[in-house]
Design a protein around this ligand. Structure first.
Ligand SMILES: [Zn+2]
Length: 329
């Protein structure tokens, strides 16, 4: 064998060796890149889940490379799935959360005070109630104010909002998760349907409330159960309400009106100052008569910005006067 041939064989073997090593390194390299990418996506998903605003708002994420972009897509999908998730900590067969249950008070007792205007046990309690929500415009602000003041309220839900803006269902969950109580305010709020010629139409009212009850349960889950309703316009405003009251009483459902109307729905453009002075004037009138359970009617619907503006001062007023903030069950 010539020296040349041996050399060229040796060189071919060397070359093959080099190719194999290069291939091996490449495989290991690709493997490493793939695992980093895989765990990277997993990690961003986990991180996204923990840090994400619990109420469906997407985090601001700067897109750096393809992997992060995929993670964002995954996260958006997760956000959508979260919207379908039932709220945490529903107290079984109640209208609030496990924590919120500490703040509840019997609705029928409160309604007795509202109707008869009589003093009860001398324990001063205020029930902040918000009708016609949730609204994207004002409910988050109301919830933020309640949270920062560490007080609970009762929300009387109008189910047509979920058809008009499905995102409002997230706010209903937030209300419950933050320990507030949920009442039913019907579906349509259409006076001509519920009370044609000012006279209560039992079947229409039942249908309207049954429908909203189903919608609320579809968002909050079967563990949720509210036995508190508020008739649109209040029970005192319509004729022929007795059969309606009897029907709901037979089902173990209490209706609750109010003691003090904040007047925020009286006409558009009601100012913060008007709302505050109305509440103070009415409350002091009832305090003079030793009334100890004050239910306040307010609204968290769109357009009720003055109510939001007035709320911190309203809360401070009742705190100063020694009231306990309770919710209706
Ligand atoms: Zn209403």
């Amino acid at each position: 064998m010539s020296k040349k041939l041996i050399f060229s064989r040796k060189s071919r073997r060397e070359k093959r060796k080099k190719v194999i090593i290069t291939l091996l390194i490449s495989f290991i390299g690709i493997g490493a890149i793939l695992s980093v990418a895989y765990f990277g996506v997993k990690y961003s998903k986990l991180k996204g889940f923990n840090l994400k605003n619990l109420y469906g708002n997407k985090q601001e994420v700067t897109l750096g490379n393809k992997t992060e972009e995929n993670a964002v897509i995954e996260e958006t999908k997760e956000d959508k799935a979260a919207d379908k998730k039932l709220p945490k900590d529903v107290r079984k067969s109640s209208n609030t959360s496990i924590e919120g249950d500490k703040y509840t008070y019997n609705s029928s007792e409160v309604q007795k005070v509202n109707e008869k205007v009589v003093p009860t046990d001398g324990k001063k309690m205020v029930f902040l109630t918000f009708d016609d929500g949730p609204s994207l415009a004002n409910t988050p602000k109301v919830l933020d104010i309640l949270k920062s003041n560490d007080v609970k309220a009762t929300f009387f839900i109008l189910a047509k909002n979920f058809n008009d803006a499905p995102e409002t269902s997230t706010l209903l969950k937030r209300e419950l998760e933050e320990g507030h109580a949920i009442g039913n305010h019907g579906t349509s709020h259409l006076y001509e349907k519920l009370y044609p010629k000012n006279k209560a139409e039992l079947n229409n009212i039942i249908e309207d409330f049954d429908n909203s009850d189903k919608q609320i349960k579809s968002i909050l889950g079967d563990d949720f159960e509210t036995r508190v309703i508020r008739f649109p316009g209040g029970s005192m405003s319509w004729k022929n309400m007795q059969p309606v009251k009897d029907y709901f009483k037979g089902k173990g459902i209490a209706y609750v009106d109010w003691m003090v109307d904040s007047s925020d729905a009286k006409h558009a453009g009601r100012t913060k100052a008007q709302i505050i002075s109305e509440i103070k004037k009415e409350t002091e009138k009832y305090e003079a008569a030793k009334i100890d359970k004050i239910t306040i009617l307010m609204h968290d619907a769109a357009g009720k910005e003055s109510t939001v503006d007035a709320l911190p001062e309203i809360i401070a007023y009742f705190k100063e006067r020694g009231y306990e903030f309770k919710t209706l069950k």
